[in-house]
Design a protein around this ligand. Structure first.
Ligand code: PMP
Length: 284
């Protein structure tokens, strides 16, 4: 696989980053994940806008190649012959030459890495067809989840807890209210209404969330942007989650409670179809 590192396209085993890189020492970095369908990028502009915001919230310098990111993504899709898959873009505050809590002096170049993952079957996902089982775990992450940082240890721990419990993923709960999934935004459907937590510092502002809510409004579906409790979720007619890698994925079980008869619900299934259709039309 060819990867991109600071201006160069390299075989993956030749791409090396310093041991003093702040991404490694301080988790001082942000990232984006863009999906590829039919060799085209889904909602690339949305991811670029959020990347700019993450960098700005952390007073992080934009990488010099900021204007070339679309071209870099396309080049990697071509070189690695990606039809369906994901592209990860990682930016760290770079290598100051030694370990220090303080940010490095201005002019220290950020580290920029972009790599692809081939994922045949991303659209025809077996998980989406079967429906995901989730468990609930306490949300123990930091208070700026709206910034897409590379601090993914707690989400990793939560995914391991889910795996040990025989589930597919975990929903995170704070003060009795569901914040989001470990790597996705969470929704329930009750009496025909789609309910999802409003945007704040407590959750990542999902690019897929924004698109799905837009398409749902266009399809005259009713949406309530508000927090919901774990109990409400277990009692819902349907549930689902959204992310760039999972699109719209139905949830059929929460902490062992079956929803919509243990099979993907009609609203989630329809939204998945609409999302994939509409996104493909707009893909770049
Ligand atoms: N919340 C969290 C915590 C995530 O990690 C992700 C996936 N990056 C999402 C939500 C969904 O965001 P998006 O739709 O932009 O992939």
């Amino acid at each position: 696989r060819t990867v991109y590192l600071n201006g160069d396209y390299l075989p993956e085993d030749e791409a090396k980053v310093s041991v003093f890189d702040r991404g490694f020492l301080m988790a001082d970095g942000v990232y984006e994940v863009t999906s590829v369908l039919g060799g085209k990028l889904i909602d690339f502009d949305g991811h670029l806008v959020r990347l700019r915001r993450s960098l700005s919230e952390l007073d992080m310098q934009e990488p010099a190649a900021m204007g070339d990111l679309l071209e870099i993504h396309r080049e990697l899709v071509a070189r690695n012959e990606i039809d369906e898959g994901l592209i990860y873009l990682q930016v760290t505050r770079g290598n100051p030459g030694d370990r220090d809590f303080h940010y490095p002096p201005e002019g220290t170049a950020p580290t920029l890495v972009v790599f692809t993952q081939a994922k045949p079957g991303l659209a025809a996902s077996p998980l989406a067809q079967r429906g995901a089982r989730v468990i609930s775990v306490p949300d123990m992450r930091w208070g700026r989840r709206d910034i897409k940082t590379v601090q993914l240890l707690y989400p990793s721990m939560a995914k391991m807890m889910a795996q040990k419990a025989g589930a597919d993923d975990a929903w995170l709960v704070q003060d009795g209210l569901v914040t989001e999934g470990t790597s996705n935004n969470a929704y329930i459907v009750k009496d025909g209404r789609i309910i999802t937590r409003a945007l704040s510092n407590d959750i990542l502002h999902g690019i897929t969330r924004a698109a799905v809510l837009r398409f749902a409004r266009e399809a005259q579906m009713e949406i309530e942007e508000r927090s919901f409790t774990l109990d409400e979720a277990k009692d819902a007619d349907e549930a689902f989650f959204t992310s760039a890698s999972g699109f719209v994925t139905p949830v059929v079980e929460i902490d062992g409670c079956k929803l919509s008869g243990g099979t993907p619900g009609a609203v989630a299934t329809r939204l998945r179809e609409i999302y994939i259709d509409e996104s493909l039309k707009r893909a770049t």
